[in-house]
Design a protein around this ligand. Structure first.
Ligand code: GLN
Ligand code: ZN
Length: 761
């Protein structure tokens, strides 16, 4: 053993070249059989083990942690938390995939954001009758891991019962959620008891129980569940099996801290020291002498190297607070699934030749960093310090941008006139209940092919643009034909709503192979913000002008907002998220001016990630919301009174940030609503929201065309909650994943019903 112990909490799941993704997709298509699929997945897992075993870099290596689609989903399958519509299927990976993707008319489970990350988990739906638990596959995986890694280093990972319960959904019709949670826990306790006994009997020396739900700011709701679950589920383990209680993404809060530290069955507590304030809790409470501290000091969600000038003093401080060397284990703050596999793997020169790459660190590099820190490698510290200082003096700062951000005053965040005064000036020709869409239209195979041809060089830029213009012409024609009131150009030229903008801004860096899992087989390559962000040309006016030249109706300019661009990128590590968001806000402010100059009268600035970036502990929520809202206002406030600013948000619960939505001061907020029983609408009403609202009239996730009765029902409830003059009529979200036939049909129904309703009001 080296100076400090090292551990990891999970690895990137896809493999160096997204092997798991391709294996999964082939298996779904029937191109490979189950055995071959599993063999390919296991090969990725073994590669991950090998790189931790090399040079004894990592002492505690997770096993039983390689999930094919999602961890919460796998555990729901193993524990038998299977909704009725899938319960007739045989237990195992096929049922798990069926829940993930839907099968024979049984719709798939939903997708939700995992804590504050951009990774999605699949919440299981708890039915009154559970399926039997079946942990055979899991135990076989652990056994394989024990053999490969060796019993001394293997750490069996289990997702704890409270975290599973917190990430499941319960039927409203079955009564109190709290009661249902306790009922499920009562069923799970014996299953976990047996599981932990089995692991203990197999010779597992330490179990990582992942209970990140300990960081939610809801300890009053969850702590009673924790108290019920622990220590009873640990009752049958041998005393030789140690327990590591693992949390991440935030501090655990004072109440949970006290409870955790009192549990004598818990031998190690893993805490995140990169987010939240576990350090303050440690300072005021000390750390129990008999426990090991799993110090999550390397940010598992950041693609940047550690900064020795910060991390070495932190390691010292932990020791001075009473955590002796032999009880201090250094580790990434969470699973490394949030960073790409290896900086040196498959990267094009684009990234590796860039000066910023010297301070980048993906999974492989983070493991090397842990090893360097554990061995007090002086050369590593000197080299890393040097790399950071070179990076900082290599054009990361842009004086003009710095001045612009420093010189901002209240006025820069405020529209020229109040909503009441400016709103009547905006597109006065529109009828009541104007109809629109959220931006994108079907991204057909033909459109994707165009982009590939451009990339390969088999199509010139001129040819590409001409082909895109044809698509725009088609889309405008469709919308004219349907009789929509505010048109969009349809976004055919965009791969992705963040990448498209990031590629045109200065200060952004792109990797060739830096994939991270978003959900299932879907991976994203987040842009890396490496320097001050600025904009020196218009990004969207060409397509806007083409679209607007084809119609007399207003065409909506379409931008992605500053918070969403930040949250779906890798932010830089040397300046605050707030400062970076303001820089992006200033760039978008320019774009809005370009669009106005081009004659645009309505501009939508999408902010679907506003909510997900919010810290979990309420003490820090307000601060975040203040600057997040300010960044949006900075982007939009210079718009003329005559310009209608729309925003759009989807797939999150807004309950705890309603006021912030109002303070964004958008003229219209189009929000997802169709699946949520109008809950969001009532929340807007409850805060006395007076601005424009475009609640979704139908869910865009299914090809099913909504009936006129469904849309009418939705619109009637809009009218119960809002004034007619406030309402805009639109689908829930963009239509890029849909096909044309259902898109046209659904919009036709929406427009027809709106026309009828106008006559009735
Ligand atoms: N304008 C984008 C679109 O229509 C919005 C996407 C989103 O909200 N996620 O696709
Ligand atoms: Zn959306």
């Amino acid at each position: 053993m080296y100076e400090f112990q090292t551990a990891t909490l999970g690895l990137s799941r896809m493999g160096p070249n997204r092997e798991l993704k391709f294996a999964m997709e082939k298996y779904w298509k029937g191109k490979i059989g189950k055995d071959e699929f599993i063999a390919k997945a296991q090969a990725v897992e073994e590669l991950g083990w090998s790189l931790q075993l090399a040079d004894d870099k990592i002492d505690s290596i997770p096993v039983g942690e390689h999930f094919y689609y999602d961890g919460v989903l796998s555990w729901a399958e193993w524990l038998g938390i299977v909704p009725k519509r899938f319960a007739h299927l045989d237990a195992g990976i096929d049922r798990m995939f069926a829940m993930a993707r839907g099968v024979d008319g049984a719709t798939a489970l939903g997708l939700k954001k995992w804590f504050t990350t951009n990774y999605h988990y699949l919440p299981s739906e708890v039915d009154t009758k559970r399926s039997p638990a079946n942990l055979t596959d899991y135990l076989a995986n652990v056994k394989r891991g024990l053999q490969f890694v060796g019993a001394d280093k293997a750490r069996a990972v289990i997702y704890g019962p409270v975290t599973i319960i917190r990430h499941s959904t319960f039927a409203q019709t079955e009564g109190s959620i709290d009661v249902q949670r306790f009922a499920l826990l009562a069923e799970l306790i014996p299953i976990y008891q047996k599981l932990i006994q089995d692991l203990s009997d197999m010779g597992v020396k330490e179990i990582q129980i992942h209970e990140p739900a300990l960081v939610f700011d809801e300890s009053s709701k969850l702590l009673p569940l924790y108290k019920q679950a622990y220590p009873s589920i640990l009752a049958n383990k041998k005393s030789t099996t140690r327990i590591d209680m693992v949390t991440y993404f935030e501090d655990v809060g004072a109440d949970n801290w006290t409870w955790l530290m009192e549990q004598s069955e818990i031998n190690k507590v893993s805490l995140d020291f990169t987010r939240g304030d576990n350090l303050a809790l440690l300072k005021s409470n000390g750390f129990p002498k008999e426990k090991t501290l799993g110090a999550g000091i390397i940010d598992a969600r950041s693609p940047w190297k550690v900064d020795p000038s910060k991390i070495l003093p932190l390691i010292e401080e932990l020791q001075s607070l009473g955590v002796s060397k032999d009880r201090l284990c250094i580790q990434p703050c969470a699973s490394l699934q949030f960073v790409p596999w290896d900086l040196q793997n498959g990267e094009d020169n684009n990234l590796l030749k860039h000066q910023a790459s010297k301070v980048l660190s993906f999974q492989q590099q983070k493991i090397d960093e842990l090893h360097a820190l554990a061995t007090s490698d002086k050369k590593f510290v000197a080299d890393t310090n040097e790399a950071w200082s070179v990076y900082k003096s290599s054009g990361t700062r842009n004086e003009e941008v710095g001045k612009a951000v420093a010189g901002l005053t209240e006025k820069d965040f405020t529209r020229g006139e109040t909503f009441e005064v400016r709103r009547p000036k905006q597109m006065p020709e529109l009828p009541i209940l104007p109809t629109t869409s959220i931006g994108s239209f079907p991204q057909t195979a033909g459109i994707r092919r165009l982009r590939q041809q451009l990339k390969k060089g088999t199509m010139s830029k001129e040819e590409y643009e001409a082909a895109i213009d044809k698509e725009i012409t088609f889309m405008i024609g469709i919308q004219e034909g349907l009789g929509l009131d505010i048109l969009v150009h349809g976004e055919p030229e965009r791969t992705d709503m963040v990448e498209f903008f990031a590629q045109q801004m200065n200060g952004m860096l792109f990797s060739g192979n830096g994939w991270v899992q978003s959900f299932g087989s879907r991976c994203v390559r987040p842009p890396i913000i490496w320097a001050d962000v600025s904009l020196d040309h218009a990004m969207t006016t060409r397509e806007f002008k083409v679209a607007q030249s084809l119609t007399k109706k207003p065409v909506k300019g379409m931008l992605t907002g500053p918070i969403t661009i930040l949250n779906w990128s890798f932010p830089r590590a040397d300046i605050s998220r707030k400062e970076q968001t303001f820089q992006i806000g200033l760039a978008l402010r320019k774009e809005i001016a370009y669009l106005e100059e081009a004659g645009c009268r309505v501009i939508q600035v999408d902010e679907p990630a506003l909510r997900e970036g919010m810290p979990m502990r309420s003490a820090r929520k307000d601060e975040y919301l203040r600057w997040a809202v300010d960044a949006f206002r900075l982007a939009t406030a210079a718009a003329k009174s005559e310009t209608s600013i729309h925003t759009h948000m989807c797939y999150c619960e807004f309950g705890d940030c309603m006021e912030a939505l109002d303070e964004m001061d958008a003229d219209v907020n189009s929000i997802e609503n169709a699946r949520s029983d109008d809950e969001t609408l009532r929340q807007f009403k409850a805060i006395g929201y007076k601005k424009g609202l475009g609640p979704g009239t139908y869910d865009i996730h299914s090809p099913v065309v909504p009936t006129p009765e469904f849309i009418r029902g939705k619109m009637e409830s809009f009218l119960e909650n809002m004034e007619v003059s406030q309402l805009t009529i639109n689908p829930d979200c963009g239509l890029k994943t849909r096909g044309w036939p259902e898109t046209i049909e659904a919009l036709r129904v929406m427009v027809e019903v709106t026309k009828e309703m106008r006559l009735e009001i």
